[in-house]
Write a protein that binds this ligand. Structure first.
Ligand code: CU
Length: 120
């Protein structure tokens, strides 16, 4: 009797072990990963924003890099106004825009530097 119980126990253990290492793993639903928020880059160069027309999705990060020899600002007007303040040459600034809509932007130091941005 004891030997039979031991044998059943061993069988059970071996079944469990093979279940863990075998190819017939239990089907668990793949974790739902929301699309990663992406980053949109924009630079100031030669006293121009590039690109000067930008589209991004709500929740994306807008990264502004000043590749010019002069300080610039990225001053956004629209549903979610935001101002980088002065970004020194070689400097970088970023913000996350969460409110969809049409924006325009300008460098407050050089008002002829303009552009448009759409948050979808
Ligand atoms: Cu400027």
């Amino acid at each position: 009797m004891n030997a039979k119980k031991l044998l059943v126990g061993l069988l059970l253990v071996s079944v469990l072990l093979s279940g863990c290492t075998g190819s017939s793993e239990p089907q668990s639903p793949a974790p739902e990963t929301p699309p990663a928020d992406s980053t949109v880059s924009m630079v100031a160069r030669n006293f121009e924003f590039s690109p000067s027309a930008i589209e991004m999705n709500a929740g994306d990060t807008l990264v502004f890099e000043n590749q010019d020899s002069a300080p610039h600002t990225l001053t956004l007007t629209g549903p979610e106004p935001v101002d980088s303040g002065t970004v020194a040459p070689g400097g970088r600034w970023s913000t996350v825009l969460t409110i969809p809509g049409e924006y325009s932007f300008v460098c407050s130091i050089h008002p002829r530097m303009t552009g448009t941005l759409i948050v979808k």
